[in-house]
Design a protein around this ligand. Structure first.
Ligand SMILES: [Fe+2]
Ligand SMILES: [Fe+2]
Length: 427
């Protein structure tokens, strides 16, 4: 019926050129369409209810349910299922997500200590942030990060806050269901940076010697998809490079890296900050791919909800960092050379190509599911093989995050990853 009324309205529009008449006619048509659409929706719901009832073999009693009753019933069903014991598969998914979040929290905390908002960081100190107490700030690093974007300290602090909340929530949720959350505390054995701003505590991850895979930069500008066999190279190579200041001798905290970046100390701290800018995006694109692969396998609706909802924030982070990292390879900042490692940050807009242009930060539509289907703008990869738990552990390991970690750490990490990747929906 709704379609009929709309069609009738269009016919009138073409038949009658009187503006006043058109307005009146449109109004009548709109009201009539909305009323009919509501009636139509109710009728459709009834048909859905009938069909569901028929399928469930509960007869005509179900067919009498209104749409609101049906929704309420489903709400109750979801609530009751959200207090029961989780399947082994769902536990494995959440435990791996917790592993990833604890790792993320550790590395982001290091970034926040040195480059987040705080007494020495950029912008006003945020006394309300619960982790304000441990943010010292490294002035040179913060200034260099602010060459990528003036708001970098705030973004770093907020990303850290998000990861801490992800880890705490997942652990608490697992506990609330009688499950044991992941404990990585015994593996906090790695040294801190000696630079001004860093707390002298033991860490789970190292940010001092990274190989930052930049293939995501090309992948998201390409119409091809790794899940359909495509392979990508980054636009340049970041290898054996620190992403945080190592000590005050290497990068004096009083250094002022003003653009154009000149002089050994300014170049060094800027190269380190630029590396961080790309590392932020590398980490978060990993999260953006991991969560969909985990979500596909979830059985309990609440577990699915958790994975989809946290995953969305990883994607949000990635989009932000993609933009900020790209500022290191566009003017006026492009061209910085690290005086220690020789790493060069090229100008990727000279020449700007489809796969390098720095402001092409939104995903290009790509092959998805089948090359015979139209290209679609999606997160990729989302296959277990390319974006799953094992792929994540491997990528983080190759990144250099776990340099110095014990064999027991890798064993536990791979155990959790294999368990998560092996989950099949419904078990
Ligand atoms: Fe996270
Ligand atoms: Fe994240």
């Amino acid at each position: 019926m709704a379609e009929f009324h709309i069609q009738q309205g269009y016919t009138k529009l073409f038949q009658d050129r009187s503006v006043e008449h058109l307005k009146k006619e449109n109004l009548t048509t709109t009201v009539a369409t909305e009323t009919t659409a509501t009636e139509d929706l109710d009728a459709r719901w009834q048909r859905v209810v009938e069909r569901r009832s028929f399928l469930k073999g509960i007869g005509m009693a179900g067919a009498a349910l209104s749409a609101s009753t049906l929704l309420a019933t489903e709400g109750i069903a979801q609530t009751s299922s959200s207090t029961g014991k989780l399947s082994k598969g769902d536990v494995a998914l959440l435990q791996f997500a917790a592993w990833a979040e604890i790792v993320e929290s550790d590395l982001w905390t290091q970034y926040a200590e040195l480059g987040g908002v705080g007494p020495s960081g950029g912008g006003a100190a945020q006394s309300s942030e619960e982790f304000q107490k441990f943010i010292g700030g490294n002035p040179a690093y913060t200034l260099a990060l602010q060459n990528l974007d003036g708001d970098m300290p705030q973004y770093i602090t907020d990303n850290t806050d998000d990861e801490l909340s992800h880890a705490a929530f997942l652990k608490a949720f697992l506990r609330s269901r009688g499950e044991v959350p992941v404990d990585l505390e015994p593996f906090r054995t790695l040294p801190s940076s000696q630079a001004t701003g860093a707390r002298q505590i033991k860490r789970l991850t190292s940010l001092m010697n990274l190989n930052v895979d930049l293939s995501w930069y090309t992948r998201y500008r390409s119409g091809k998809n790794p899940d359909l066999g495509a392979a990508f190279k980054g636009p340049f190579v970041i290898k054996n490079q620190p992403a945080i200041p190592l000590n005050d001798t290497d990068t004096p905290p009083s250094t002022n890296p003003a653009i154009p970046i000149t002089g050994r100390d300014a170049e060094r701290i800027q190269a380190i900050a630029n590396t961080a800018g790309f590392h932020f995006a590398f980490i978060e694109q990993g999260g953006a791919s991991l969560y969909p692969t985990l979500a596909f396998k979830a059985t309990d609706p609440t577990v699915l909800r958790i994975l989809v909802s946290i995953g969305g924030v990883e994607i949000d982070h990635f989009g932000l960092w993609h933009d900020k990292g790209a500022n290191a390879v566009s003017q006026p900042l492009a061209g910085v050379v690290d005086p220690v490692t020789g790493l060069t940050f090229p100008d990727l807009n000279n020449p700007a190509t489809e796969l390098t242009q720095t402001n092409k930060i939104l995903p290009e539509p790509c092959n998805f599911i089948s090359k015979s289907l139209p290209r679609c703008s999606v997160i990729r990869p989302t296959s277990t093989q390319n974006g799953g738990a094992v792929a994540t552990v491997k990528a983080f390991t190759e990144d250099g995050l776990f340099i110095g970690q014990s064999p027991a750490f890798f064993e536990l990490s791979m155990q959790l990853a294999v368990a998560a990747d092996s989950v099949r929906r419904g078990f």
